[in-house]
Design a protein around this ligand. Structure first.
Ligand SMILES: [Zn+2]
Ligand SMILES: [Zn+2]
Length: 269
């Protein structure tokens, strides 16, 4: 398969997971709910409408510009043999593995910075003010966070030396895992345990959405769970069903509306 065919196939995979996964999890959640609070139909639709509106704002404001700039940057990377993967002189199979792991390591670091740098936390709070966790929580991010993350990605991804198809493969797997660990699906304990041996599981990420700060500031990984074990930020709760989601200072209903989510960074910590 040539470079162009690989890129086209990886792009199709990314969009299939992005949209297909969203609908598939959304359809399954009421049948096997982890929390009945989220599955009440009217609230479920309102919750989804708000989170998906915020996601649409991000796509319109930043997604299209990001895609164009990233393609230009990675065409330059390929033409000039720039970045770690190219400097190591790896062939196709090991290069995608190395690029994937480095990118996931960056996502761990970036997420951890969002919790430790007060300015970044102001924006990232929008992801944590969600009082219910379901598939649509996976795309609830403030445009300010997406703007800063996009700007940094335009530096980090070329530094790793990724091909465009490497990035699309990473984004497809990233979305599948992130959708799964935000979903309101009741996953058997044994399956959750087996999954989190390698990847971030629902019970692992639910701890990250707890309103108890030591739990909020844990489990930063996106795809591989070993980053939290290496960084000593791995935490579990005996009974995940007792976790209360959200942030103490954002109890009011206004913080769940699109306007409130957009205003979240302006509120004093
Ligand atoms: Zn977080
Ligand atoms: Zn989350």
């Amino acid at each position: 398969m040539g470079e162009q065919e690989l890129t086209d196939a990886a792009a199709r995979l990314k969009y299939a997971v992005g949209f297909g996964g969203l609908f598939a999890f959304w359809a399954m959640e009421p049948w096997f709910p982890f929390s009945r609070k989220v599955s009440a139909e009217t609230r479920r639709f309102r919750h989804a409408r708000r989170n998906l509106t915020l996601a649409a704002v991000n796509v319109v404001l930043l997604g299209i510009v990001y895609a164009l700039l990233m393609k230009t940057a990675l065409d330059w990377v390929a033409a000039n043999g720039f970045g770690v993967v190219n400097w190591l002189g790896l062939s196709a199979a090991p290069s995608v593995v190395v690029a994937f792991v480095l990118m996931d390591g960056w996502m761990y670091l970036w997420h951890r910075l969002n919790h430790t740098v007060p300015f970044l936390w102001r924006f990232h709070r929008t992801h944590h003010t969600d009082l219910k966790l379901d598939i649509t929580s996976a795309v609830r991010f403030h445009p300010g966070e997406i703007a800063i993350s996009t700007a940094l990605r335009l530096v980090v991804v070329p530094l790793i030396g990724m091909r465009l198809w490497h990035l699309f493969v990473y984004e497809a797997v990233f979305m599948a895992i992130v959708q799964f660990h935000h979903s309101n699906l009741r996953v058997p304990d044994a399956l959750d345990r087996a999954f989190r041996a390698a990847f971030v599981s629902p019970n692992m990420h639910r701890v990250h959405h707890s309103r108890l700060q030591p739990e909020t500031d844990s489990n930063y990984s996106s795809v591989f769970s070993f980053w939290d074990r290496l960084g000593r930020t791995f935490k579990l709760r005996q009974d995940p069903a007792t976790i209360e989601f959200g942030l103490d200072d954002f109890e009011g209903a206004e913080w769940q509306r699109v306007g409130g989510m957009l205003k979240t960074p302006l509120r004093s910590p």
